[in-house]
Design a protein around this ligand. Structure first.
Ligand SMILES: Cc1ncc(COP(=O)(O)O)c(C=O)c1O
Length: 395
């Protein structure tokens, strides 16, 4: 049997409802969120529905998760000379969105949960530290209680990168709504998707207003009027807007969120309840957290053991793998502080420091991941359990 590595969650739920919603927008000939001959206001509807789901005051839909992180930084005044603490175990966009604002990431080690280690945060706070980017990796919430306490003590901003954990909770609160603001992605591999797309969530009106202006080329827009730049509040900005087509799809996907999360959990529980937890070391999670079960991650004592396990699983058609090619702090772009500009912006202004992330380096090579595709059937789950059992008995 072949069970490939399939990271697409929401994608598998695209069906009749999404098709109908897209057709209606096409029929309206109004694909731009602010204007059109028969505008359906799908983006406004999505933002309102998302506000309700997240139980948050403001939601701004935007082009993608990366632009949502950039908007979070900009709306919090993060820029040149600032440093943002984050884990190196993430997708490059977490760091590049910070660099694009003129600030630099400072990489902080992780703990067994594979998220930023709160104990390592305090040791890395320096005179230029302005914010913590709490990245909830692979459906797993960061320890937000500890992070918020540290941030309060040191007067730091907290931005949450919830791109990989939409729907996860900690202490009854949705991730992305606990810090000053949260960034989410609607890219194809996420819990719900519109192919590309993203959104920002916050309870702070000022953050929302600045993000909204920046995402609209810096203009001040009243309802659906044409924006004005002749208001002393206005800033410069970029076009980070989402389209009505994407919002229509995201709206339908959001209606399916409980179904999606339950399906993921059922698949996870089926496997986890049947494997030997003395042999298989499952990634632990923070107390009182509700995960998005996007994957199974198993920790081994050494990289050799992990590779042996992956080879066995791959030989049996099951797509266990090392998360990706490397931690982002190992990428050349940071090693050589590369930039598109010959001044080496922003490294010429904001000082980038290499840091020790030894736990991340070790764990990264010792954890095997398997994405729990929403397309998995009972026969696949049974087969995975059978092979996990076989591996255990053989080695
Ligand atoms: C942790 C994390 N942050 C940010 C992003 C960026 O999201 P997008 O691809 O929508 O720009 C991703 C996307 O994969 C991600 O995994």
């Amino acid at each position: 049997m072949k069970i490939p590595n399939d990271p697409f969650i929401g994608t598998h739920y695209i069906g009749h409802e999404e098709r109908q919603a897209v057709k209606k927008v096409l029929k309206s000939k109004s694909l731009f969120r602010y204007q059109g001959p028969n505008l359906l206001y799908k983006t406004d509807e999505f933002e309102l529905n998302m506000q309700k789901y997240l139980n948050v005051k403001y939601v701004l839909a935007c082009a993608n998760g990366g632009s949502a992180i950039k908007l979070c930084c900009i709306a919090n005044g993060i820029g040149p000379n600032d440093e943002v603490l984050m884990s190196p175990f993430t997708f490059i966009a977490s760091a590049s969105s910070v660099l694009a604002c003129g600030a630099v990431p400072k990489f902080v080690d992780i703990d067994e949960t594979m998220n930023i280690d709160p104990n390592a945060i305090e040791k890395n706070i320096g005179p230029n530290t302005k914010a913590i980017l709490a990245i909830h990796m692979q459906g797993q919430p960061c320890d937000m209680s500890k992070i918020m306490k540290i941030a309060k003590k040191h007067n730091l901003i907290v931005i949450e990168d919830a791109a990989q954990a939409f729907g996860a909770e900690i202490n009854g609160k949705k991730v992305g709504t606990i810090g000053d603001c949260g960034a989410f992605s609607l890219q194809a591999g996420k819990t719900i998707t519109s192919g590309e797309g993203g959104f920002l969530a916050t309870n702070n009106k000022r953050i929302y207003e600045i993000a909204k202006m920046y995402h609209d080329n810096g203009g001040f827009r009243n309802g659906c009027d044409y924006p004005t730049w002749e208001n002393k509040e206005t800033i410069f900005g970029e076009n980070f807007k989402i389209t009505e087509l994407q919002s229509a799809i995201a709206n339908e996907q959001l209606k399916k969120i409980n179904l999606i999360l339950q399906h993921q959990k059922n698949n996870y529980d089926y496997i986890i309840n049947k494997i030997d937890k003395k042999f298989y070391n499952i990634r632990p999670s923070v107390d009182n957290s509700k995960l998005v079960y996007s994957n199974i991650s198993l920790e081994f004592n050494s990289s050799d053991e992990c590779n042996k396990f992956i080879t066995f699983m791959n030989n049996n058609g099951i797509g266990f793998h090392i998360y990706c090619s490397n931690l982002i702090n190992q990428f050349d772009t940071f090693k050589y502080q590369q930039s598109w500009h010959n001044s080496h912006f922003p490294y010429n202004i904001s000082k980038y420091q290499e840091t020790n992330c030894s736990k991340a380096e070790s764990l990264f090579k010792r954890v095997a991941w398997f994405n729990l595709s929403a397309s998995l059937k009972k026969k696949h789950l049974k087969y995975i359990v059978q092979k996990l059992e076989e591996y255990k008995n053989e080695f």
